[in-house]
Design a protein around this ligand. Structure first.
Ligand SMILES: [Zn+2]
Length: 418
């Protein structure tokens, strides 16, 4: 058996496979259009299955189309340590979002096979179905069913714009598996992903140790005043809903800034009624998107807005209502898994920093049912969901190396615990 410190992934091979699979749904601008459960998705799934089987893995598929490529361990009765991400993309997606996490996991597993390294627990590479949510809503649907957040039967009935149901699409491409989604215990799950933000690049760090995923709260607000003639209505007699909305938007910015640097607050959609140049606005609808890694801070932000709403509206003779329409709690990844990633980055000699993910990921749902953590690598300009998305060969390789070392570190932890 070789020493785990000698195990090094093959950067060229990983890069070649990123480029090879990038041609499946490849776009003229260098991106990928590979929507979930299409013929192109089937093609990349077939490719993945064939490569995994060539490494001696057994590939199983569950009834949400999630693929598990398994390499046995010494203790084959233990749930596997899994690593992976997703092979589907946005319609104008890049070559790295999701794909890197699956192919790096495959490369890590191949490194173990070639070294003849026998792990304590079985190791699996996972491809989660429909992470992107572009063809079928919601996003992260398979990891959501896996974690018990969504019902499988409900997921199967979700339709694309052409009216095709998710379950039927799964069957059509031949990836409706027999195993019940979620009936597949994992000892742990590790996901490598591009950052999709600018922090690692800005600080010239090679690796991000992802400690969690921030929580999200969405609100819809309606401010009501009175429509009136702009020429004939004196300023002191107006009930201008847009003025109220403007002051509220400024307050939302201040609320987020009060919890800097981690809090963000955004009003991204505003509708003014009647939206006419010579009518004092009678009604304004707008949305709020608050995000922070801690529930306590999200509570404080929500309360601050709840206080500002009547305060600002009363002064202007307006009424208002606000509804919380969606809430996704923050995720703190498992301390042992995070420690394994940090140790792996340090041992591999990569510069790193802790980071909280701004975007949702399959690992966030999986963390509800198995200890999980993530590894981030930088992407050019922090750009993703874009054909111009780019991470270099070296950056991809650094992520794959940390992924491998983290899995081996966690495997050793399991062995120590017996
Ligand atoms: Zn992704």
């Amino acid at each position: 058996m070789s020493n785990m410190r000698n195990l090094t992934i093959n950067a060229e091979r990983l890069w070649d496979e990123l480029m090879e699979t990038g041609a499946i749904g490849g776009t003229p601008k260098g991106g990928i259009c590979r929507l979930t459960l299409t013929d192109l998705d089937r093609e990349v799934r077939d490719w993945f299955k064939q490569r995994a089987e060539a490494l001696g893995c057994t590939v199983t598929v569950d009834d949400m189309g999630v693929m598990f490529a398994r390499r046995p361990g010494q203790r084959d009765d233990l749930p596997p340590i899994a690593m992976g991400s997703h092979l589907d993309t946005q319609p104008t997606g890049g070559k790295f979002d999701g794909v890197l996490g699956v192919l790096a996991a495959l490369e890590a597993l191949r490194t173990l096979v070639e070294a003849g390294y026998e792990t304590y627990a079985p190791i699996e590479v996972v491809n989660w179905t429909n992470e992107e949510g572009s063809r079928f809503a919601p996003a992260l649907i398979a990891s959501g069913v896996f974690a018990g957040v969504f019902e499988r039967d409900w997921a199967w009935t979700q339709k694309d714009r052409a009216g095709m149901a998710f379950g039927a699409a799964l069957d059509t491409i031949g990836y409706l598996g027999a195993e019940r989604c979620g009936a597949h215990p994992l000892s742990a799950f590790f996901e490598l992903h591009i950052e999709q933000g600018p922090l690692l690049e800005a600080e010239s760090r090679e690796v991000g140790i992802v400690t969690g995923v921030q929580g999200v709260r969405w609100f819809e607000v309606t401010v009501r005043g009175q429509e009136a003639h702009t020429g004939a209505t004196p300023m002191n007699l107006r009930k201008n809903a847009l003025l109220g909305a403007a002051r509220l938007i400024e307050r939302i910015d201040a609320i987020a800034l009060a919890h800097a640097p981690l809090a963000v607050g955004t009003v991204g959609l505003v509708e003014v009624r009647p939206n006419s140049r010579n009518v004092v606005p009678g009604e304004v609808f707008f949305t709020i998107d608050f995000r922070h890694p801690d529930t306590d801070v999200l509570d404080a932000m929500e309360q601050a807005f709840g206080k500002a709403l009547p305060e600002i509206c009363d002064q202007l003779g307006l009424t208002a209502s606000a509804d919380k329409i969606w809430e996704n709690p923050p995720v703190q990844f498992d301390p042992d898994c995070v420690a394994a990633v940090r140790k792996a980055a340090t041992a591999s000699g990569f510069s790193h920093r802790d980071i909280v993910s701004g975007a949702a990921h399959d690992a966030a749902y999986v963390s509800r049912v198995a200890p999980s953590a993530m590894v981030f690598v930088p992407c050019l300009g922090g750009i993703s969901h874009n054909e111009a998305e780019f991470s270099s060969k070296e950056q991809c390789a650094a992520g794959a190396q940390v992924l491998l070392q983290a899995v081996l570190d966690y495997d050793r932890l399991l062995a120590e615990r017996g």
